[in-house]
Design a protein around this ligand. Structure first.
Ligand SMILES: [Zn+2]
Length: 189
């Protein structure tokens, strides 16, 4: 039937529809959860939990942008909770699926979530699953299955393999794209 990507999209739409108790066909790929589907804060937590359970992945608690900000120079992403010019750029690059024209300087960082669409969750799940190893280098029979969040288990020898957490992925992304504070000082010296 569908491709893996289509399935994943369908699964995310199902969880959103179930959580919000609305018909599946109301959940479009570009639906904005707050504006179009009237999702509340508690719904976001529920959707996260459902996706974690379904896919055996673990999302970073809190705002992923805070994690990215920690990998950058202090106050580079936001100042007193408000997005800087660079912060706007980070959000637009990090979340290409949201309406970038609505991401503006001095926007409260917590408000970015109100722009999340169905595709935001699809991307977040995909990033975690794509980061998982597909084979285990120490075992010929490796058939890896999720054991618990961020841990896969080889079905042949029962050894466990760590997979990157969302925290690690966010930090790696931010360091790669925007450099950490230590990188900056190394470059300038
Ligand atoms: Zn093995």
């Amino acid at each position: 039937m569908g491709t893996v990507a289509e399935d994943r999209h369908g699964q995310v739409r199902e969880e959103i529809a179930d959580c919000l108790k609305i018909p599946l066909d109301k959940v479009k790929p570009d639906s904005v959860l707050t504006d179009d589907l009237e999702a509340m804060s508690i719904d976001f937590m529920d959707i996260l939990f459902r996706l974690e359970t379904r896919h055996v992945v673990c999302f970073q608690p809190g705002n992923p942008l805070d994690q990215i900000g920690e990998a950058m120079e202090p106050d580079a992403l936001c100042r007193k909770g408000l997005l800087t010019e660079l912060g706007v750029e980070v959000v637009r690059q990090r979340m290409p699926e949201i309406d970038g024209s609505r991401v503006v300087r001095e926007m409260p960082i917590g408000k970015v979530r109100t722009l999340y669409t169905t595709r935001t969750w699809v991307r977040a799940v995909k990033e975690l699953l794509d980061a998982q190893p597909t084979s285990y280098p120490f075992c010929d029979d490796s058939n890896l299955e999720p054991l618990r969040p961020s841990v896969l288990q080889c079905q042949a020898c029962e050894r466990e393999v760590h997979t990157p957490t969302q925290r690690e992925l966010l930090t790696a992304w931010a360091t790669d794209k925007f450099g950490s504070a230590s990188n900056h000082s190394e470059n300038s010296s």
